[in-house]
Ligand binder design. Structure first.
Ligand code: PEP
Ligand code: MG
Length: 757
């Protein structure tokens, strides 16, 4: 008999049984008979999880007196092992397995062969289905597959019959699974606790046995068509993830999406009588099992992609398409995702979002910058996070130590709460000092400004005591909108920001889209990520100068918003001086237009550039006379200096901001600007870290624009440093760089009692 036929025979009988009016226990008694008959098995038993123990609920072949008496712990004996690992066991001689444990009251001693499959609901075992034989023989694949299919149906029957309690179903029984700690890469510091929510929610299958097989087949065909369409479009839409490595992923996706073997197996599962959803999941379970047996790391990576695709197919077929943001967060949440786009993150409710765990991610990826701006701790590069956590798990996210504690025990919870309290105290101490001006020990006033991107950020000026907004990322507004923001809407935002800032200066950076900042409503190449190398592609000012409609509208909105005040405009990604001149000329044209129409203009307009493309540094001296300020964007600068994609997780830890390469580069820029009235600052993430900020101050940087959460700590740092002494030390280090410059600077700080962590 084929696997399909075997499963179909059982499923047809189970289907009738499920619809019958028999009570739950009666149904289970019949199930073991049906399976025993169909597989010609001497023993068939069902164990269900009750109060954290696997209880024998029904059996054919073992002593009936053992029913509701035999109870095994998770991990205890073969049955407990199957539940613990949610893995199938197939043994010709049960007693040879290291976990074998003899249960006397069942009378099972005469049975030699043993096979068992987990009964899984929401990725947890809620029971185990076993068969046993007197003859020592391994069950053939057809039988195992039939058992696995039946286990899926059983999961539905058991849930509907209310045979396992809510606690078991939601998997929150403490006895079942204990605390686990996963480590990743620190992306945004901070502590957060909440429930795990998957950005792409997992689908819970409600019906496993089909009423109409042909209808299910049709649904799956349609879903496949739709999925293939989506994958084909991904190359142009970049809906999925960021960066070039996704080309590779896309290729793998395509390979799977068009793989006939996959669709054939799903079709076979439908033939066996399953619904479309159950068939997809069934095939996925089988693939998971095979991959586990192979244990090849390369295949494991592929498995991830196939999982993603199977989930996508499931979402399409079940019509559950949105991300968790669409359904809204109901309680304090730690979001779990493979990767996220910055716009996707902004869709979440800031009040409920307490942290993010990514399987990928790197320090300067825009999603991380957005998270930092939102004050949400993030850890990245947590391998297999989505496989190891479950929806609803309680999580403690420790951004400082790059750890996430899953299902914490009491001790972990207490320690975490104590740290949270300490961290709040520290924040309160910084807040108390917010009006103390950041003068260095040798009396130099450092400007400590903050980065922002949304109007909601402006109150942070008052709360942190920042000197102003040194970088307002205007593209955030474009990223959160569903359609291109109109001029009126832009004007309103800029005016609100200026009003919110009061007397403090605001530097508006013109829109920096492209790269990984994809705007879903833009078409074609403006979307940017269709390029093979978007970070070095047609982005920011390059795009804005060519499709100048966008920049013209923005210029008018800025001029209007700042009427009667001071306006500071900064252009991103300037590579050559002419680009600055062209952008400024565009503003001048709009000013002329305003004058012609006698419209009120800003009292004063200052222009500046971001120095983030190394090429500009070579020509900076020629541009200086036309500039009011320069802001060094170390995020992009580093990626271009080292030719290392800032969003590629594999490069996340490779290049150090405290390497002599970067510091010498910055030293030259400082030297070029010295003596001119142009204000030089740094607005990359580097400036928000205490040790890095110390290095920047030692290099002669006197203005930092950083994430709001870092303003307090950096102001405090400034007050501890003697800049003349630090400057002299830095000169020495860069003249003959020691091998571990980071370590040397840290020790220097430590010797002077300057905390740098
Ligand atoms: C930078 O590149 O350092 C920067 C501040 O800009 P963004 O991170 O927005 O690209
Ligand atoms: Mg940049």
């Amino acid at each position: 008999m084929t696997a399909t036929a075997a499963a179909r025979t059982i499923l047809t009988r189970l289907h009738e049984l499920m619809a019958s009016r028999l009570h739950a226990q009666g149904k289970l008694n019949q199930v073991v008979d049906i399976i025993g008959d169909s597989l010609d098995s001497e023993v068939c038993s069902i164990y269900l999880l009750r109060e954290g123990m696997l209880e024998l609920f029904a059996t054919r072949g073992l002593n009936q007196s053992a029913v509701h008496v035999t109870r095994l712990g998770i991990g205890e004996g073969l049955t407990g092992t199957i539940a613990q690992n949610t893995e199938t066991l197939n043994l010709a001689e049960a007693a040879t397995h290291p976990e074998f444990q003899y249960v006397p009251e069942t009378g099972e001693e005469k049975f030699h062969s043993f096979a068992g499959v987990p009964i899984v609901r929401r990725e947890r075992a809620i029971g185990v289905l076993t068969v046993q034989h007197v003859e020592p023989r391994r069950y053939v694949e057809v039988e195992i597959e039939a058992l696995q299919t039946v286990a899926m149906v059983l999961a539905e029957l058991i849930t509907n019959a209310g045979l396992v309690d809510e606690e078991t179903l939601s998997g929150r029984s403490a006895a079942q699974v204990g605390q686990e700690v996963l480590t990743g890469l620190q992306l945004v510091k901070g502590l957060g606790c909440g429930q795990a929510v998957f950005h792409q929610p997992r689908i819970v299958i409600e019906q496993t046995v089909a009423d109409d097989t042909e209808a299910e087949r049709h649904r799956v065909y349609q879903a496949f068509d739709r999925m293939r369409e989506q994958i084909d479009q991904m190359a142009t839409h970049a809906e999925f993830g960021v960066g070039e490595e996704h080309w590779h992923v896309l290729e793998t996706y395509k390979m799977f999406a068009y793989d006939e073997g996959w669709s054939r197996r799903i079709n076979e599962a439908i033939d066996a009588g399953l619904t479309a959803e159950a068939a997809i999941e069934r095939v996925q379970q089988r693939t998971r099992q095979r991959m586990r047996e192979i244990r090849d790391p390369l295949l494991a990576e592929r498995m991830h992609d196939l999982e993603d695709l199977a989930n996508r197919l499931l979402r399409i077929v079940s019509g559950q398409l949105g991300t968790a943001a669409r359904t809204g967060l109901r309680q304090d949440t730690i979001l779990i995702a493979k990767n996220l786009g910055p716009a996707e993150l902004l869709e979440y409710d800031k009040r409920r979002l307490k942290g993010v765990v990514l399987e990928e991610g790197s320090l300067t990826a825009h999603v991380v910058i957005v998270a930092r701006a939102m004050g949400v701790p993030v850890i990245g590069r947590v391998r297999n996070a989505r496989a190891l956590m479950r929806d609803g798990d309680q999580l403690l996210l420790d951004g400082d130590r790059a750890q996430v504690i899953i299902r914490p025990g009491t001790a972990a919870l207490e320690t975490f709460e104590a740290r949270l309290a300490r961290s709040r105290e520290k924040q309160a101490a910084y807040a108390a000092q917010r009006d103390v001006e950041p003068f260095s020990r040798d009396g130099q006033r450092i400007e400590v400004m903050m980065n922002a991107g949304l109007v909601e950020d402006t109150p942070m000026l008052g709360l942190t005591g920042a000197d102003g907004i040194g970088l307002f990322r205007t593209e955030f507004q474009f990223m959160v909108a569903d359609t291109l923001p109109s001029r009126d809407r832009q004007t309103r935002l800029y005016r609100d920001v200026l009003e919110g800032a009061g007397h403090r200066p605001v530097i508006f950076r013109t829109v920096d889209i492209g790269g990984d900042k994809v705007l879903p409503y833009l078409r074609g190449a403006e979307r940017g990520a269709a390029e093979e190398n978007p970070a070095m592609g047609w982005r920011a000012l390059r795009l804005a100068l060519e499709r100048d409609g966008l920049l013209k509208v923005q210029a008018r909105a800025l001029l209007e918003a700042a009427a009667g005040r001071s306006l500071q405009v900064m252009f991103p990604m300037v590579s050559e001086p002419w680009e600055f001149d062209a952008a400024r000329a565009l503003f001048e044209q709009q000013i002329a237009h305003f004058k012609r129409h006698r419209r009120r203009l800003p009292d004063e307009i200052q222009y500046g550039v971001m120095l983030e493309v190394p090429a500009l540094a070579e020509m900076l001296d020629t541009l200086l006379p036309r500039l009011s300020f320069i802001s060094i964007g170390t995020n992009d600068l580093t990626q271009f200096l080292f030719a290392a994609d800032r969003s590629d997780p594999r490069l996340a830890e490779r290049y150090d901001w405290l390497s002599p390469t970067i510091l010498r580069f910055l030293q030259r820029v400082v030297a070029t600007v010295r003596g001119s009235p142009v204000r030089l600052g740094v607005c990359g993430e580097m400036g928000g870290r205490r040790l890095e900020a110390l290095a920047l101050l030692a290099l002669g940087i006197r203005r930092l624009s950083i994430t709001p959460a870092a303003v307090g700590p950096i102001k405090e740092l400034v007050r501890r440093v003697d800049l003349a002494e630090a400057g002299a030390a830095m000169q020495g280090w860069l003249a003959a760089p020691p091998p571990d410059l980071r370590g040397v600077i840290a020790r220097w700080a430590e010797e002077r009692g300057i905390e740098v962590d």
